[in-house]
Design a protein around this ligand. Sequence first.
Ligand SMILES: C[S@@+](CC[C@H](N)C(=O)[O-])C[C@H]1O[C@@H](n2cnc3c(N)ncnc32)[C@H](O)[C@@H]1O
Length: 360
Amino acid sequence: MPARILDIVDHRRDLEERVGRDHLLEQNEAQLGDVLGRLEEEAGNSFSGYKPGTLIRRIARRMSLLRQSSIEGYLRTLDQKPEERQLLMQDFLIGVTQFFRDPEVFESLQAKVLRPLLDIDQSGFRIWVPGCSTGEEVFSLAILVAEMRQSTGDTRPWKIFGTDIDIDALRQARSGRYTEASIEGLTEERREKSLAAAGAVWQVNSELREMCVFAPHNLLQDPPFSKLDLVSCRNVMIYLNADSQETILPRFHYGLNPGGFLWLGPSETLGRSERYFRTLDRPSRLFQRDDQAPPGFSAISHSLPQHSVTGSRPPSGSRRRTPDPPTAWRPRPNSSSCSTAPRPSPWSTAMMRSSMSRRR
Ligand SMILES: C[S@@+](CC[C@H](N)C(=O)[O-])C[C@H]1O[C@@H](n2cnc3c(N)ncnc32)[C@H](O)[C@@H]1O
């Protein structure tokens, strides 16, 4: 009997989601623009560079939960309830993640990227993980690096920058605390070496947390990090439209050191930006910077691409000094790192122009 009731509830929800979705599709993009406009006013964060299908499904889901079948009614709710604007924004961000997501490709990363990096004569290494959500991907990389340092005896420092626009997710990442369920992707051995029980949850150990810095950063609006050996941007571009993807990839090319590496998610490709990278391992989505490719992004004179992806960006051709991110995304002074000591903003010249010397 309970199963039957659940069936009815599911059916009803499904129907309502479809009604909301179809209604929105029929109402054309103007209605979607109206919804996005309200969120942009709230957080200065534009979703106009995301795939509309995903956004529409998310709006329909929220409408269904609120038992609303008209988009006009939902727009009124957005106007009246700031908490609904926050909830919709959270739904748009889709922060699904886990430790060692796709474990087999982590092995390729170890063999084809991390190990070879150790052969380079430089004083330290830098990884950037844009769209890091609650930090599992960042700590997975830190675990791999720690294991490699232990097995090779190489003591050179690694810094892993995890960034996202989801401030709540970053807060959790910084704490390094995870539930039993969320560490399922870790082997027994890794769990013992990398985490310690902290009451009802587990906390990543301080050695790994010291290696990682978390900060707010909008991939579509803020200038990229630089002097990087690896950019691991997994399962983020899948939610972005082709223009946004074309905005981001030249920025990664710009931010990487010569011969630096790019790692994408299993369903992501270089799309229209193939000229910036050569393929290292297609199934694992590992790419290497093509150093012959002319830059598609300039930090000094042209921080923005030709096509407008976000509503809050200056018009094409306008100039903006690169190290100044939009105020809305400027990190609080002492909140950008896992450790408690205050650290500089990730956009500070000191951080972007790392003192790590490098000879390839
Ligand atoms: C599905 S999660 C991916 C998490 C992790 N990279 C992984 O593969 O497990 C997508 C993340 O991208 C973030 N994101 C979406 N748009 C972004 C943007 N414009 N700039 C930075 N992060 C963004 C979301 O907040 C979310 O945390």
